[in-house]
Design a protein. Structure first.
Lengths: 92, 389
């Protein structure tokens, strides 16, 4: 199964899990499976009309899916899908 | 790097400097030529905080000739857990004064320029033009986009670092052929969808790790040695002690560095990012109670149920003996509350508890109030022995 890496700011919505195995053959299916299991993640990853948010980057292994086939990018066993949101530790 | 000056004949080393930099000079990757490049280099550090501390300390020790620091903050006790350039005796001093003293003590040959100002859209371009490389140690979204755009517009490499809890990111943006921060993230996250102070915090060593990576990249750029972190995003996970690397590409559609640029000058970055405070201020329509009124009620033995909506680890630091339900758990635990009683909800500053009061009001609770200023106000005005955090 492909594995999704959850970054620490979003782990509060994934039952504190850092990585989650998903049943999927594409990145889109993997993310859909993820938000089905953890519905609280949905609004952090998707806009209200169902598009991935622009400040959430998704990588398949070390490649940005925007430069692959986006959510149609094929994934297989052993692939790592990483959600990489922009982070900032500072307060204004 | 094309942006860096060729060895400046004025950067000839004195005998004292030759002794000081001996361990660099005997290494072929640095040598006399490299050390002179370091001496001729001008690096601007944005911020003298968590990332800026190791950055400035190491760049100074390594012999970077000219260092600029932009900061307008004052040292406070909560800084000392990670901002290692400042000491306990510096609390209350300007960070610039405190940093300058340490840097001059480490290396009297340093040519230090301090800028006691907030970096803004009106001063950034002029400031950046005087330097070769910009190292961003501020770590908030408006400044990050400002630094990125100003680096692209002035053609200065942007040595980037960012930290959150126990994870960090580092890269080198805005080199001539490399991607910029906007290629990676065209827009900042909207306020409200980013972690608030409730989930914030940072492991004290993490800015050390990431700041030293920034210092390393800065020195490599100056020397023109090794493989810079251009087109690569380094992810640091201190808990797992794992370093991963992702590929970054220059986005042809990037609004600031792409082929059809739409941003030709600096913009209002607070507006672009949506200013947010430590916590969202409570709305005016949310019924509230002051810490003084709560104290009077408690002293009069009135029936008041205190609901603490912070996280369990915050409760351990200090509490009002309240009933703990973290704000995120409130929807599924609302049945634990008695709507017939008067409820006063509080958090650290009043932001999360305002959300909780709003939620409970909509759920049909009528006697629920937000404690204005949270437990921090209680510690400041009612029980001054209580720790503040």
């Amino acid at each position: 199964m492909p594995q999704i890496q959850i970054p620490s700011p979003l782990r509060q919505y994934s039952g504190k899990q850092a990585s989650i195995n998903v049943a999927a053959s594409t990145v889109g299916e993997a993310l859909a499976d993820l938000v089905t299991r953890h519905p609280d993640l949905k609004r952090h990853l998707y806009t209200e009309d169902g598009k991935l948010r622009s400040f959430v980057n998704v990588y398949v292994n070390d490649e940005d899916m925007r430069y692959l086939q986006k959510e149609g990018t094929a994934v297989q066993d052993g692939d790592t899908i990483s959600i990489v949101p922009s982070i900032a530790g500072g307060i204004f | 790097m094309s942006t860096l000056a060729e060895v400046n004949p004025a950067a000839v080393l004195s005998n004292d400097e030759i002794l000081r930099y001996s361990r660099h000079l005997i290494m072929p990757e640095v040598g006399m030529e490299g050390q002179q490049k370091l001496k001729a280099a001008k690096v601007l550090c944005i911020g003298a905080g968590g990332l800026g501390s190791p950055l400035a300390l190491y760049l100074t020790a390594a012999g970077v000739g000219t260092l600029g620091i932009v900061d307008f903050d004052v040292v406070d006790y909560t800084n000392l857990q990670r901002q290692i350039i400042h000491t306990t005796n510096d609390v209350g001093r300007k960070k610039l004064d405190s940093a300058a003293e340490k840097l001059k003590a480490i290396n009297p040959f340093l040519n230090l320029h301090t800028f006691e100002t907030k970096l803004t859209s009106t001063n950034a371009l002029e400031l950046f033009r005087e330097f070769d490389i910009v190292a961003d140690g501020t770590d908030n979204f408006p400044t990050r986009y400002l630094v990125n755009d100003a680096c692209v517009l002035t053609g200065k490499p942007n040595v980037y670092g960012s930290i959150f809890r126990f994870e960090g990111q580092a890269s080198v943006f805005a080199t001539e052929d490399g991607p910029c921060y906007r290629c990676l993230y065209p827009e900042p996250p909207p306020p409200g969808l980013v972690p608030s102070c409730a989930e914030g915090g940072v492991l004290g060593i993490l800015p050390g790790l990431v700041g030293v990576i920034q210092a390393t990249e800065t020195i490599k750029l100056i020397l023109g040695q090794g493989d810079p972190l251009v087109g690569r995003l380094l992810l640091v996970d201190a808990l797992g002690m794992k370093f991963r690397e992702l590929k970054l590409r220059k986005n042809p559609d990037c609004p600031v560095c792409g082929t059809h640029r739409t941003i030709a000058g600096l913009i209002d970055y607070d507006q672009f990012c949506g200013i947010r405070g430590q916590e969202e201020p409570a709305g005016n329509d949310i019924p509230a109670i002051s810490v003084e009124d709560l104290k009077r009620k408690l002293d009069a033995k009135a029936d008041v149920f205190i609901l603490d909506v912070r996280e369990p680890h915050e409760y351990q630091i200090c509490n009002l003996n309240g009933y703990l339900i973290p704000v995120g758990d409130l929807p599924k635990r609302v049945s634990e509350l008695d709507s017939s009683r008067e409820i006063v909800a509080h958090c650290k500053m009043g932001g999360r508890s305002a959300k909780a009061v709003n939620f409970l009001r909509r759920a049909g609770f009528t006697k629920v109030y937000n404690l204005t200023g949270g437990i921090t106000a209680w510690a400041e005005r009612i029980d001054t022995k209580m720790p503040k955090y």
